[in-house]
Design a protein around this ligand. Structure first.
Ligand SMILES: [Fe+2]
Ligand SMILES: [Fe+2]
Length: 191
């Protein structure tokens, strides 16, 4: 399926504050470059990168009420930090408002914040592109950017570790799925 990128960008612009819109454009570019490096559909990765934060500019109240509308179960961590819901809700809205039906695109949007134990190449690309896009500035990014086009599993693991450490340093709650994903990564590494 081919997508009308200009019309998607127009709709995205109406949904997002300028800062989030610019971040989405940069994430799309990074996702496309990574897709090319790892033999994944570049055009699709661009669209997923573009749309990954579709629900990012919504207020906490709106996110919680959208979750209710879509019948998405909200756990106590998500209730305390409703922004976590922007991934799952964004996925549902992209499907219903933009008629994007591609399962890989939808799943990668839903998985881009907390992750999931069922992440494939495509999901990992979107997850990492979001973290390393050129507008991001924080310590440790150099390493991630250096390996981002060489070893997808490694860069994903490092990006995930980075997010987890950030949560701990900021004294934030950790979503139960995060623990599951992390344990799976460590078990896989240890064979
Ligand atoms: Fe996001
Ligand atoms: Fe993002």
């Amino acid at each position: 399926m081919s997508y009308d990128i200009e019309s998607i960008k127009e709709k995205l612009k109406n949904r997002l504050i300028p800062e989030h819109y610019e971040h989405s454009l940069r994430t799309a570019g990074t996702a496309a470059r990574m897709a090319r490096a790892f033999g994944v559909d570049e055009g699709k990765a661009y669209i997923a990168g573009l749309l990954h934060d579709y629900a990012k500019s919504m207020s906490d109240e709106e996110l919680v009420s959208q979750a209710e509308r879509f019948g998405i179960e909200v756990n106590p961590v998500e209730l305390a930090f409703p922004y976590l819901l922007h991934a799952k809700i964004g996925a549902r809205l992209v499907e219903s408002e933009l008629c994007v039906k591609d399962k890989e695109i939808i799943a990668s949007i839903a998985n881009h914040t907390i992750g999931s134990v069922f992440m494939g190449k495509f999901d990992k690309i979107i997850y990492v592109a979001d973290v390393i896009e050129p507008g991001r500035l924080y310590q440790g990014l150099d390493l991630l950017r250096r390996i981002a086009l060489d070893d997808l599993d490694e860069v994903f693991k490092e990006a995930y570790a980075h997010s987890l450490m950030h949560l701990i340093r900021a004294r934030k709650l950790i979503h139960p799925t995060t623990i599951e994903v992390w344990n799976r990564l460590v078990l896989k590494q240890n064979g």
